[in-house]
Structures are given as C-alpha cells and as structure tokens.
Ligand binder design. Structure first.
Ligand code: TRP
Length: 449
C-alpha cells in the first residue's frame, strides 16, 4: 500500500528531505548542549561513546521513523495507527503516536524559551555589551535576563511567531522554503567560524580535548548521557523525523538518506565543539562550565579576543537559525495531525498549536522568576518539562517504535519500503532495531528513573 502522495505535500527532491531533516536534527542540542556535556564528561572518551551510540541506536531508529512516515504518508500519530491496522497489531499501538505529539508540543514550549535567550544574546552582543566582560559580569548579565519575565516573554513570543509563520506556510511553501534559505546560511556561518577557530592558537588544544581518548575519564554516567543525547540530537522519539519522512519522494533510498543526516548532524556537533573550545581555552577558562558554557563562558572568552564582537554576533545568529529549523519540526507533527483529525486548515492548526505552546512556555519562563517557588516533584516548570520529555517520553516512545517496527510490523513491509540494495545491510538493521535499540534505551530509561 505504498502511497506516492501526502495531503500535506511532498519535498521537491531527496536532497530537500535530507536538508530539512538535518535542519531538524541540528539545533540547540548540537551547539549549546553537545559542547557542554562533552566538556563536563571529559571530552575524548565521551565523544567516542557518543559516536558509537549514534551508529548503533540513533541511526537504526532514524531509518525506522522515516520508514513508518513514508509508508503511511500521514502525521506520525496517524502513520503508526495506519501501519498497526495494516499489520493487524493490537489497538494498543494506535496510541503510541499520540505520546509523540504531546512530547513534541511540550519540548517546543521550553525550546522556544531557550531560543529566546539566543535571540536576546544577538542584540546584547551586537550592542557591544560583552566587550571586556569578566566572569562575574557575564554571570550577572545572564541572571538578569532570567530574572526579567518581560524580556523572556518578548523573545519567547517572537520566536514562536517565526516558527508559526513558517509552519503555516505548508510543507512546500513554508518548511521547504525555510530549509532552502536557512541551511546554506547555517553551513556558511559554521565554516566561517571554523576558519577563525582553526587559525586560533588554541585550536590544537581543543582538538586534543575532543579527540584524544583517555579511558580513565570514562564514567557510566557519561555513557548514559551520550546515549540520551544521541536520541535528542537526531530528533528521535516524537515523530519529527517521521513527519518529515511522510513527505519524502518515493524512489529515494531511506538508508542512504539516514546515513547522510546522521553524518551531517555529527559533523555540526563536532565543529561546534571545535568553534567553542579554542575560544574557551584561549582565555584559560574551564571546559566544564555546564549549561552556562554558551551564555556565560563563551561571552567572557569572546570579550577578550580581537574581533570577538563580530564573531559573537555571527555565532548567536548561527545558533538561532539552527534553533528555528529544529523548532519547525517540533511543531509540524501536531499541526499535521490536527489538519487530518479535525479537518481544519493549516493556518488555523498552526495558530492553535502555537497558542498552546506559547501558554505552556510562559509557565516555563516564569519558573526562572515569578513562579520560582512553584515546584512539582522538586522541579520547577522548566525543569519538569525538560525531564518529562527528554528523560521519560522520548525514550519511552523510542523503545515503543523500535519494538513496533522490529516485532509487530511484518518483515516484508520493512524490506519493501527500505529496499536496501544489499540484503546484508537489511539484516544488520533488523538485528539492531529488534535487540540492540530496545536494550540500550531500556538501560537509559532505567537509569533515569
Ligand atoms: N534535534 C534538535 C536539537 O538537537 C532538537 C529537536 C528537534 C528534537 N526536534 C526534536 C529533539 C524532536 C527531540 C525530538 O536541538
């Protein structure tokens, strides 16, 4: 029952699909999170474990998600439903997609708050506020931002409006056009910044930090962080990639597209590390600053080097573009689902999803200031949303997708849809998706509880 059309549209070519999916994968996870968790976990070994997790868990799941999407050519929730009906699986499986829709919408609400910080830092940096700034001042600047609900509200709203404008435009006129515009700029900025960092005297130190392995710095905790991040960085577990797969042209090979997406995503994360660490090392700062690495350490470091202001503005523009192309993939599954389910238009659906994410996001941003004391299970709203989605919902829906594809969907459907030219590759993928992926995710899940 392979379909060639989706009611939402089809990407013009397989390259558009690859770049749209790469745009989804490359985001705050690569530029903000990856360098700081690599820094906290000692560099080299962490990077090695992370690469192994990407290959053994992330890649097979990426293939599975694209496959489900393209087979059914509907929003993730309805795609899983359609496939479970096709394979006569139990009605339980029909609800798995709904979990993803809810997760995506919750991630969007706090992702937009962090993206708002980035937008704020574009203006702060361009006004020269970071020139010669010290650690204390930089910390104060960041805390001031968090303490101001008005400022956070402004940027959060602006970011969501941008995302909505793109998603409301539809697959071809919104998502595809944004991809064609954003991705080349993103890669160009990335290469310019990489050029500066390669020329920096501290480049060698950064290189060694990321690529020289020292097994003594390995910890299981770091291993688990690496596994969880492999998941987050490839946008797996909530249907973002599944939704994009639904718009993929029929003849394009899923396997090679998935390899390309994973490679590009990894490359960007490594380059982000190679951009951030030389700056950090050049000013003798520590690589293990945690989440503040991008908002506190980096501004301090940039403030001390020549040309730091321009580099800083370019850097924060880069991050905001990456966040934008990821956020549209967080909104698309819910919007596509509402269009199919309620029979409403795309503009109306985008408006509804945006409004809801906007409201939840207001709760998230207020948890840094006015709602500081509101705690549930010892977490404020922002941290609760993060924990609930990244640590619980994504792994849960990931494991369900792997079990569904590996054990419920008839093998011939996967073989037919994937159409690997080499049958041995199919066998390897099938083995990974049936055994390795569920086992590995089971471990993170267990550890996080
Ligand atoms: N992958 C993106 C990043 O690295 C974030 C993201 C977009 C995401 N869509 C997702 C994460 C879906 C999990 C699920 O920033």
């Amino acid at each position: 029952m392979t379909k060639t059309e989706s009611v939402h549209g089809i990407w013009a070519s397989r390259w558009v699909f690859i770049f749209a999916a790469t745009g989804s994968a490359v985001g705050l996870g690569n530029i903000w999170k990856f360098p700081y968790i690599a820094g906290e976990n000692g560099g080299g070994v962490f990077v090695l474990v992370y690469l192994a997790c990407l290959a053994l868990v992330g890649l097979p799941l990426l293939v599975a998600e694209v496959m489900i999407g393209r087979r059914a050519r509907q929003s993730p929730a309805n795609a899983i439903r359609a496939l479970s009906i096709e394979t006569a699986a139990s009605p339980f499986w029909r609800h798995v997609g709904a979990l993803g829709v809810v997760a995506g919408f919750l991630i969007l609400s706090f992702y937009s708050v962090v993206a708002g910080w980035v937008l704020h830092y574009i203006t702060v940096t361009s006004q020269g506020a970071l020139v010669d700034i010290g650690q204390d001042q930089a910390t104060r600047l960041f805390n001031q931002l968090l303490a101001s609900p008005q400022t956070l509200f402004l940027w959060h709203s602006l970011f969501l409006i941008l995302v909505m404008a793109i998603v409301a435009g539809g697959v071809v006129h919104g998502l595809e056009r944004a991809t064609r515009l954003l991705m080349p700029v993103l890669f160009a900025l990335l290469l310019v910044l990489l050029g500066f960092s390669v020329a920096s005297p501290s480049f060698g130190q950064a290189w060694n930090f990321l690529f020289v392995f020292d097994w003594s710095s390995f910890t299981w905790q770091g291993g688990l962080t690496a596994l969880g991040h492999a998941f987050f960085t490839l946008s797996l577990g909530m249907g973002a990639i599944m939704a994009y797969g639904a718009y993929m042209p029929n003849k394009a090979s899923i396997g090679s597209a998935a390899v390309m997406i994973a490679l590009l995503d990894t490359l960007v994360a490594l380059i982000a590390g190679l951009i951030i660490f030389p700056v950090v090392f050049a000013s003798q700062m520590s690589p293990d600053a945690g989440p503040g690495l991008m908002f506190i350490t980096l501004p301090v470091a940039l403030g001390q080097i020549p040309g730091g202001q321009i580099l800083g503005v370019m850097f924060f523009i880069l991050v905001s573009l990456a966040a934008l192309s990821s956020a549209i993939s967080l909104m698309e599954p819910a919007v596509a689902w509402m269009i199919e389910r309620m029979g409403i238009g795309r503009i109306k659906a985008s408006l509804m999803v945006t409004s809801l994410a906007w409201l939840v996001g207001i709760g998230a941003l207020a948890s840094f200031n006015v709602l500081n004391d509101l705690q549930l299970f010892g977490l404020n709203i922002f941290n609760l949303l993060d924990f609930l989605t990244a640590n619980l919902m994504l792994p849960l829906s990931g494991v369900l997708v792997a079990v569904f594809v590996g054990w419920k969907v008839h093998r011939y459907i996967s073989e037919d849809e994937l159409a690997f030219s080499n049958h041995r590759l199919f066998k390897v993928w099938y083995l990974l998706i049936r055994f390795v992926v569920p086992a590995a995710i089971g471990v993170i899940f267990y550890q996080n509880l």
